[in-house]
Structure formats: structure tokens, C-alpha cells
Design a protein around this ligand. Structure first.
Ligand SMILES: [Zn+2]
Length: 171
């Protein structure tokens, strides 16, 4: 199954010109790693004029993400774990990872302030749309229904602040 949800041309342009927040840049970079269409678009997008053409030769990858400092995995609700990526969180945004078992109701509370979701593995259903690995979804409004599909899912979520209820443990 191919990637169906891509960053907008504007977002790619903002990424190339480093005009976006670290969390969003991380999500876009990870999408570009798995999407040749957007990688090509990024490589041909205009960069700032002048000799200082700073490239992004080493975008973070999923393996790079595993080395990003994270808080502990916390049970948010049945079948759903969350962890904050402390290295890129802050400055008014929160970047966190969710792992959900097949069929788990991720719940809108977990993504209440989310404005961007990148699916790392598996599939989720977002308001009836199937979103699979590599897909980057910009959200105009928070989703009302977010379910993990088989075989479960891992997500990178960029949110406006820190919506995880970090004190809550359900196993
Ligand atoms: Zn793409």
C-alpha cells in the first residue's frame, strides 16, 4: 500500500527554508525518507538566495528517532502507550509517540491538540479515512475518531502543547 497523504507544497517549502518548528520538521523529514515524490519536490523547491545554502543532508529517520531522548512509555488507555520526545518538544509544541494495539481506540483525548500525525508503522483510521505507514496528515481540526487498525500502529504526533495525561496509568 503506497503513501496517500503528503505534506502540502507549502509545508515542503517551509521545511526546505527551515521555516517550521522542530517537531514539524522531524515529521516532514521522516516522511521524505519514505516518499520519493515529496523528496523530489523538496530537492527542487527554492532555497534562500545567497551562498549560504544550508542543505539537510542528514534528515532524521525512524532509526534516528529511536535515539531521540524520550520520556517513559506511559499507558494512556487500554492498548495505547504514549511517550514524549523530549529532544524536540517544547517551545509551544509537543512531539510524542503513540503505540496502539490492533483495534485500540486511541481516543481523541490523546490527540486533542494535535495538528500533524505521521504514521510510522501499521495503520490507523482517522474519522473513517485509512492512514498508513509513511502518511503525513495535517489536521485542520482534531480528529473525532482515531482507531488503530490491524496490525496495530505507531504514530508520531505533533501537538500544540502537552496533551498527554502523564500522570494517568492504566497498565
Ligand atoms: Zn509524500
Amino acid at each position: 500500500m503506497g503513501i496517500r497523504h503528503h505534506p502540502t507544497a507549502q509545508l515542503i517549502s517551509d521545511y526546505v527554508t527551515a521555516n517550521i518548528s522542530p517537531g514539524v520538521a522531524l515529521a516532514v523529514a521522516m516522511h521524505l525518507e519514505s516518499c520519493t515524490i515529496c523528496a523530489l519536490a523538496a530537492s527542487t523547491a527554492s532555497r534562500p538566495a545567497g551562498p549560504e545554502r544550508v542543505g539537510r543532508a542528514d534528515p532524521p529517520s525512524e532509526s534516528a528517532l529511536s535515539t531521540v531522548a524520550m520520556g517513559p512509555w506511559i499507558g494512556l488507555r487500554k492498548g495505547v502507550l504514549g511517550a514524549v520526545t523530549s529532544a524536540v518538544s517544547g517551545l509551544g509544541e509537543a512531539v510524542y509517540l503513540l503505540k496502539a494495539e490492533p483495534g485500540a481506540d486511541i481516543g481523541t483525548a490523546s490527540v486533542r491538540h494535535a495538528f500533524l500525525i505521521l504514521v510510522l508503522k501499521g495503520r490507523v483510521k482517522v474519522d473513517g479515512r485509512t492512514v498508513s505507514a509513511g502518511d503525513l496528515l495535517e489536521l485542520a481540526t482534531p480528529p473525532e475518531v482515531l482507531l488503530a487498525d490491524a496490525p496495530g500502529a505507531s504514530l508520531l504526533v505533533v501537538a500544540e502543547d502537552l496533551p498527554l495525561r502523564l500522570r494517568r496509568r492504566e497498565g
